[in-house]
Design a protein around this ligand. Sequence first.
Ligand SMILES: Nc1nc2c(ncn2[C@@H]2O[C@H](COP(=O)(O)OP(=O)(O)OP(=O)(O)O)[C@@H](O)[C@H]2O)c(=O)[nH]1
Ligand SMILES: [Zn+2]
Length: 383
Amino acid sequence: MAKRARKTSAHGGKRRSSAASEAQAVAALPKIDALHDVPAFDDLRLDDAQRTAFDAFCATAEDPAQMQLGCVVRLDRGFPLVATEHETLRAEHAVGFAKRRGEEEVLLPAVGDWVAVRLAPGHDMGVIEHVLPRRTVFERWRGKNRGERQVLCANVDTILIVQPLGAGEVLLGRIARSLVLAEDCGATPVVVLTKADRCDADGLARELGRVRRLVGEGVRVVVTSSATGAGLDEVRSCVPPKTCAMILGESGAGKSTLLNALLGHEALETGAVRARDDAGRHTTVARVMVKLPGENGVIADAPGLRSLPLVGHERGLARTFPEVVVASRDCRFNDCTHTHEPGCSVRAAVEAGEIDELRLEVFRGLAEEMRVSAQSLDPDIHL
Ligand SMILES: Nc1nc2c(ncn2[C@@H]2O[C@H](COP(=O)(O)OP(=O)(O)OP(=O)(O)O)[C@@H](O)[C@H]2O)c(=O)[nH]1
Ligand SMILES: [Zn+2]
């Protein structure tokens, strides 16, 4: 096997024009000492397959003694911070990862990834040479029709789906969409309703009833208030030691406030790196993982997400609505929409009280979205 190239590219996502601007970008990153709650190597779960893959990679490496096993615990403007067995260090990508923007970004190391990082003597910056197989991966399509995927978190165990109370009805469609995404990637979804202090008892009972009806018995629903501290221990219990939970919810849902309440202090250092996102708005461009205090695991944030399109998430849909998918196998027509067709066994199951009408309604909306997005991705099919 050919020896690996020694060249590096500090930033895989966006090429920088010169070594000088690259050095400037590195100098502007937050100093490791100034960061709080950064998970350590032992806070994260490494499975046997990943350990074996690391050993196999080292066996082919030119300088195995320089190779360390680590986990990407932060990305600041795309620059990884890696927690290894021995230290926490900034790293750049080996040149093999350097891709033009938009090209298979899923191959780049993401937060939560286990990686092989090389640290040459006398250097304080490592080089990520290899990403180890991912146990799970939470990806997002950046736009329905652009066919670009972005990994938000690798090796994630739980998705905390955050929805606020007290601002009208809780958006069931948004929760269902997040359930599908979580189930699709193999993580366990937990619904976290925030801002309970803004709801009276009747309102709370009503909204909780709607959410429970949507998610069914298999999914945990936790009611929280960062203002009163209600429900925080229950959220912590959803993130046991050596597990990683990703927090997902729209802007203003109360994610940062919840994270701060769970930590007991402000999570994000002041002056966090910010830039303009693709819509021109200011957004935090650090992706961080934080270790919860005590006997708990880590939480990864997912800031600045404005859309979560469903594209090819059939597996997630089937896992979220198994009763609908099972019943639909007996429908007379393969492309039954379960609305008016004769011989529709899904409608029959609704009438027999075996399928909840509300769940079917939400299922239909998501299935239709996925049908349309699949067609628009395929250049041979015209709507
Ligand atoms: N009353 C009440 N207000 C809350 C609670 N949690 C958050 N808020 C308020 O809701 C607003 C949004 O909260 P954030 O934590 O910034 O929301 P976010 O989801 O992190 O939003 P982005 O950073 O834009 O993604 C803030 O004004 C918070 O003070 C809560 O438990 N009770
Ligand atoms: Zn049908």
